[in-house]
Design a binder for this molecule. Sequence first.
Ligand code: NDP
Length: 498
Amino acid sequence: MSTPSLDFDPSNVSLPQGHFIGGTSYYSTNEASIAVYRPSDGQLLGYIPDASPDTIDHAVSNALQAWKTSRWATQPPRERAKVLTRWAELIDRNAVSLAQLEAVSSTRPVAEAYASDVPFTADAIRFFAELADKHGGDFAATRRESLGFVASEPYGVIGAITPWNFPLSMCSWKCGPALAAGNAVVLKPSELTPFSTLRLAELAIEAGIPPGIFNVVNGRGATTGAAITRHPDISKISFTGSTRTGAAIMSDAALHGTKPVTLELGGKSPQLVFERVPDLAHAAQCIARGFTSNGGQACVAGTRLIAHKRIVEPLLEAVQGHLANIAPGPLWRSTTSYSPLISQNQAERIAALIDASRASGAEVIFGGGYFEDTDGGYFHRPTLLANVTESTPAVRQELFGPVLTVQTFEDEDEGIALAGHPTYGLCAGIHTRDIGQAMRAMRRISAGTVWINRYGRSGDMIIPTGGFKQSGIGKDLGRQALEASMRYKSVLIDFDRT
Ligand code: NDP
C-alpha cells in the first residue's frame, strides 16, 4: 500500500469541540474559553472550554453511572477486548486525519505522527485488549478444607491526566489498561493539546465503548486536573507530566480518599559511552536522536552524555554531523522532522536554565538560540553544553528542550557514578561491546529502563515504562499497567461448613 500524501493546509483541519461526556460532545454555557495555538507558527488554532466544577461533576457521575449500569465491567473480558480491538482498527483507519490533527495542534511532525504515534496508539490499545483475559488471581496455600484466592476487580472510575508532548500515545497508555481492566475513565488532556484526544473519544464510541465509559474534560491543570484528582468518586489517578505536578497530585490523592497513583514523571537520562563502544557511528546517531527527538520534549530524552575521554572527540564530531542536518519546518509538511517547542513559556524556561548553566561555567560548544525565519514557532537549535559539573542547572534539572550536556570519564567506576543522578531515574543508555561492563553498569544505575547499544523504546508494548526515584511510581504499558488498573480482593471459603 502506498503512503498517502501527508502535506496539508492547517486551516482546513476540523477540530473537535467542547468536552466529551456521556458518549457525545458536551457544552456548558457558563464556561470560560481557553485559546489553543499552533506550535509551528504560534497562530491561534481554536478554543476549548475551561471546565466548571459542575462539568467535572457531570463527567464523573456519567462515568460512575455508566460503569454501574452498562455491561462494561461485568461482561467477560474477551467481549471488552473485541470492542477495544475495534477501537484500535478505527484508529488505524483514521491514521491520516489523526496524524494531521496531532501535527496541527502539538509538536509532532505529520510524517512521524503518521508513521509512529498513530500506529503506536492503536498498538497500545490492541495490546491491552489482547491482555484483558490473560491474567487471573492467585490461589492461596491454605488448610485443606478451605479455598483461598485473590480476585481482581476494576476500581470503578479512573482519573487520567496527560501532558502535551505525545497526546495520542499518552491517551492510549492511560486508557488502554484502565478500560481493558473494566474501569470507566475521565481524562483531562493538556490544555495546550486537547484535540486529538477528543477525536479518540469519538472513535471509542464508534467502536462500541458504552457512552460514559470514556470521557474527556478540558480545562487547566491547577483547577480541572486538581478537581479530578480530588473527586470523591474517582478511585485511582494515572498521570504523566512534571515531577512537581506529580508530587502535587500524589499529595492531593492522599488527602482526598487515599487513592493510589501511577506517576510517570521527569527524567535527566544519561547516555554512557564506554571506550569499547561497538559502533561509534551508531552510538552517535542514538545520542543525536535521543536528545533532539520531539525537540527534546520527551521524558525519556537522553540529555546527559557521559563519554570516555579517549573517544569523546570523534564521538562529538559524529554527533555534530547529525545535528548539522537538522532543519525546522511547519509540522504540516511531510518533509519536516524537527519539532518546535510547545510554547513561549517553555522557551522562557529553557532560556533561563541555559543562562543559569552558563553563569555557573558551562560553555555552549554547538548550537544555542533559535532557528531564524520560522514563521513564529520556537525552534530551538540542538545545543551542546560542555564544562559542566554535577551541580550545573542543566545537569541537575529537566530542561525539556534539545540540549545535551557533555561530561567525560577515565574509568568504569567514574563513568557509572556520573551516569547516576541524585533525583531522577527514568532511563539510561549504555554503549559498550563488553557485556560484563554493560551488566555492571545496568545493575548500578538506578533507572526504570536501561537500553544497551540502543536508545529509545521499541514497539514492544510488553516492556513497561516508568521511573525510579523522582521519575515516578508504577509503570505504563506492560502487564504491570493492567495489573495496576485493578484492585485485589482476598477470598477465603471454609467449604466444610457450606
Ligand atoms: P505539567 O506536569 O504541569 O502538566 C502535565 C499535565 O498535568 C497537564 O495536563 C496539566 O494541565 C496537568 N496539571 C498541571 N497542574 C496540575 C495539578 N495541580 N493537578 C492535576 N493536573 C495538573 O507540565 P507542564 O506542561 O507545566 O511542563 C513543565 C515541565 O514538566 C516540562 O518542562 C517538563 O520538564 C515536564 N514535563 C514532563 C513530561 C513527561 O513526559 N514526563 C510531560 C510534560 C512536561 P495543563 O496543561 O492544562 O496545565
